[in-house]
Design a binder for this molecule. Structure first.
Ligand SMILES: O=C[C@H](O)[C@H](O)COP(=O)(O)O
Ligand SMILES: C=C(OP(=O)(O)O)C(=O)O
Ligand SMILES: [Mn+2]
Length: 483
């Protein structure tokens, strides 16, 4: 069975549902014709192996008829904000689970992640006096690229778990089978998540006057919690002052917030089925999410993932490790953003502190030399994953902090804008990453190790990082440290 030929076949049959809403030709980049299905003629790494073609076609047909999860107008608002960030006027805060999961879905889980992101954004906005663009790794962050296609336990090999949108974690042949209907379930969960996020961001929860209520119960007890409380009291004071001089603190800019979603653009049949033509502009948008990124493992120049993403109107990210050369980066930029539109492309750097200090200056230099507009975002977690002796995948807070410090140092040296941070984190009190002010150690990792893939910062650790970043941003703008 060849998954490639399977997918190619779908392109000519049921997947046309996605494109049947408009018959005019797709937006083509300078590099030849693009369509929502043109990726199918490329090599697709990390692709699932669907065994039953009819089942796949059924799932795809269903998805093609579902309503868009996000709308082109919202995507364009994000794009405008990212364009401003490109010119130094903004900072991206992107965070959420490594992998969303069907079994872990509930309102509280979504609320808790949203809540910490609000707290972090407040610290960053007030701390750095810069607009913060909030993006959740949520409502679609299901598919996972894996290092090994199979997992072996006690001499038995089964396909690796690739995220709930593809298969299930339980170690049985049935659970590990790649099931196309998981895409339908992932869509429904994403719709619910988005509904919750929209309600929270516009329905009063994000009202800045509630800033004390965002402190999570378990964070409240920690050093970071008290630091946040002190900080929130200061913000409160400023709000009272603004109100006293006549600023309307009940206006939407105080009571509502923009909150966007993003996920890795990995599972192309899903993304294709949710790609629709925007009637007002005639452009194609992948309506599964506001922003999408291509991961380090799937960013091959001639591969399906870059082919698919280059044609959609959404803001894009590409993750890069130390393996990316300056020449390759310029090629990626020219493919993904041939018109050099600010805000279209973010480069998410994830290579560990030492490699970053060595490699990032050359990458920035190439971008500056070629006059390219990109937003530089630091993912300080993916280059710092290790396995402990007791078998847990973990990350050390110190290493994460060191990579962030290196990211800021290099941008200071190069005169470029450190444009954002991308984190795997949760609002919950998990024990998955070691250190920080939190007392998680190698020995206590097992207490609440709940992740389905990579280890996440817990709420207190995430907040601690936000304070660290805010300090660096303040330093850049000449503001004194936060008391
Ligand atoms: O989230 C990132 C990747 O999916 C993950 O790091 C891969 O992990 P693995 O090396 O355990 O396959
Ligand atoms: C797979 C991921 O990252 P990367 O592509 O950077 O390895 C991820 O963000 O979970
Ligand atoms: Mn991950």
């Amino acid at each position: 069975f060849n998954p490639q030929s399977n997918l190619r076949q779908i392109s000519t049959t049921k997947l046309m549902v996605a494109s049947s809403t408009a018959s005019s030709s797709a937006t083509a980049s300078d590099e030849g014709e693009w369509s929502p299905t043109s990726w199918q003629s490329k090599v697709v790494s990390q692709a699932p192996n669907y065994e039953d073609e009819d089942e796949l076609n059924d799932a795809i047909e269903k998805l093609g008829k579902f309503s868009p999860l996000v709308f082109a107008g919202e995507v364009r608002i994000l794009h405008e904000q990212l364009a401003r960030a490109c010119s130094g006027q903004g900072f991206v805060l992107m965070g959420g689970d490594c992998a969303e999961a069907f079994g872990e879905f509930n309102v509280d889980h979504v609320r808790d992640s949203f809540r910490v992101i609000l707290q972090m954004a407040l610290v960053l906005t007030f701390g750095s006096a810069m607009p913060v663009i909030k993006i959740g790794r949520m409502a679609g962050q299901f598919a996972k690229p894996r290092s090994d296609p199979d997992e072996v336990r006690d001499g038995v090999a089964l396909p690796s778990y690739r995220g709930d949108i593809i298969n299930s974690e339980e170690f049985t042949p049935e659970a590990r089978r790649h099931n196309p209907f998981n895409m339908v379930e992932a869509y429904h969960q994403s719709a619910q998540t988005l509904n919750i996020l929209r309600a929270f961001s516009t329905g009063g929860y994000a009202d800045i006057s509630r800033l004390h209520a965002w402190n999570l119960d378990f964070v409240e007890q920690t050093d970071e919690g008290s630091r946040y409380r002190k900080f929130a009291t200061k913000v409160d004071e400023s709000l009272r002052f603004m109100k006293a001089i006549g600023v309307d603190t009940a206006s939407p800019s105080f009571t509502k917030t923009d909150f966007f979603t993003a996920h890795e653009c990995l599972l192309l049949p899903y993304e294709q089925a949710l790609t629709r033509m925007d009637s007002t502009t005639g452009r194609w948008y992948d309506c599964s999410s506001h922003m999408l990124w291509v991961g380090e493992r799937t960013r091959q120049m001639d591969g399906g993932h870059l082919e698919f993403t280059r044609g959609i109107g959404n803001p894009l990210g590409v993750k890069i490790s130390d393996k990316c050369t300056p020449e390759e980066l310029i090629e990626i930029i020219e493919t993904m953003n041939p018109q050099n539109i600010p805000g279209r492309l973010s480069i998410v750097v994830r290579m560990g502190a030492d490699k970053l200090r060595k490699n990032l200056p050359g990458l920035i230099r190439a971008v500056q030399r070629e006059g390219k507009s990109v937003l530089w975002i630091s993912d300080p977690v993916h280059g710092n994953t290790r396995k402990t002796e007791n078998g847990y995948k973990t990350r050390d807070f110190e290493k994460i902090r060191a990579e962030l410090r290196a990211f800021f140092d290099v941008h200071d040296d190069m005169g470029s804008h450190p444009g954002g941070v991308h984190l795997e984190m949760t609002g919950e009190d998990v024990t998955e990453c070691i250190g920080g002010f939190s007392d998680v150690t190698e020995e206590t990792l097992g207490n609440r190790y709940n992740t389905f893939c990579d280890p996440r910062l817990n709420g207190a650790q995430a907040l601690e990082l936000a304070f660290l970043i805010a300090e660096r941003m303040r330093l850049r703008t000449g503001l004194p440290p936060i008391e």
